[in-house]
Design a protein around this ligand. Structure first.
Ligand code: C2E
Ligand code: MG
Ligand code: MG
Ligand code: MG
Length: 285
């Protein structure tokens, strides 16, 4: 069964990837149209703060119910959107939709912050800063409420220029987060250059953390290093209480993952938030 949470139709595009360029272009023009008509959705996954034992943030994740193909996951269309530049339109849509929905949530949950995923390709896009500024003003949301999650990829074709754009975004008060740290492309050299305040440990680092001493050492060392550099540390993809407990013991600041909650559409999220006790979860130290 295909649901907004997956399994997605993974592979439908990668199989056809190089051969049927027409189907790829159709997918992108369908996406453009869906974004223009605001027919995509943002699902929100809570970030649980271990210190306050409460949910303090949300991550927005795009979901798209394609009229013919059904639910299509981000991993199915983001690589192509990056390649074709459509990702710039996706990011602007996500900022507008996300900030609009955050503004509604802030009435009842003033402590919440919102994270939006951006692509390295957005950093070369003229006018992104202006767009974000306009949206924040429109909905009367402070820039400190918005975090941009960035994954380092090969797509950063002009790192110098990208870094400049990122600094300009940080200067207006936006938070920058380094996503998927410890996976594919992320490197230590770029840690010290980015104007970021948060580091997200990739799910792959945590997989065997409850059974492997060396995995615990790696994560523990990464947490210490990140803290020494002044970053808050978020672990993504936490699927069990066991893993959550190890991460708490290793000094992680915030947790995200199915163990806390799956990404949810706005109405479901709103009732989930209302059901949360003021403090919850793991045993006290
Ligand atoms: P990400 O930013 O690292 O997001 C985390 C991904 O892990 C999400 O997949 C989320 O649904 C999934 N996840 C969360 N908790 C768990 C868990 O406990 N276990 C497992 N197995 N998975 C978990 P999703 O939504 O399919 O997104 C995949 C990637 O697509 C994201 O990775 C992000 O890089 C990108 N993406 C998603 N939405 C957007 C968007 O609006 N714009 C851009 N540019 N990229 C996006
Ligand atoms: Mg992310
Ligand atoms: Mg991530
Ligand atoms: Mg990830």
């Amino acid at each position: 069964e295909i649901t907004p949470h997956g399994p997605y139709e993974t592979g439908f595009y990668s199989q056809e990837y190089d051969i049927y360029s027409e189907s790829r272009l159709t997918l992108m023009s369908d996406l453009r149209e869906a974004l223009l008509e605001d027919r995509a959705e943002l699902y929100y996954q809570p970030k649980f703060c271990l210190n306050s034992r409460s949910v303090t943030g949300l991550e927005a994740l795009v979901r798209w119910n394609h009229p013919q193909r059904g639910w299509v996951g981000p991993t199915d269309f983001i690589p192509l959107a990056e390649e074709t530049g459509v990702v710039n339109q996706l990011t602007r849509w996500a900022v507008e939709r996300g900030v609009r929905e955050l503004a509604m949530l802030l009435n009842r949950h003033p402590e919440l912050t919102l994270s939006i995923n951006i692509s390295a390709r957005d950093l070369g896009s003229v006018g992104l800063k202006g767009w974000i500024t306009w949206v924040l003003e429109q909905y009367q949301v402070a820039p400190e409420k918005l975090t941009l999650e960035l994954t380092e990829t090969a797509a950063m074709d002009d790192p110098e220029k990208g870094l400049g754009a990122l600094k300009a975004l940080a200067e207006i008060g936006l938070r920058i987060s380094i996503d998927d740290f410890g996976s594919g492309y992320s490197s230590l050299s770029y840690l010290k250059q980015l104007p970021a305040t948060e580091l997200k440990l990739d799910r792959s680092l945590l997989e065997d953390i409850h059974i492997s001493e060396s995995s615990r050492l790696i994560v523990g060392t990464a947490v210490t290093m990140a803290h020494n550099l002044g970053y808050e540390v978020v672990a993504e993809g936490v699927e069990s209480e066991q893993t959550a407990q190890v991460l708490a013991d290793l000094g992680c600041d915030r947790l995200q993952g199915f163990w806390i909650a799956r990404p949810m559409p706005l109405p479901e999220l709103a009732s989930w938030l209302s059901d949360q006790p003021a403090t919850a979860g793991l045993r006290a130290e």
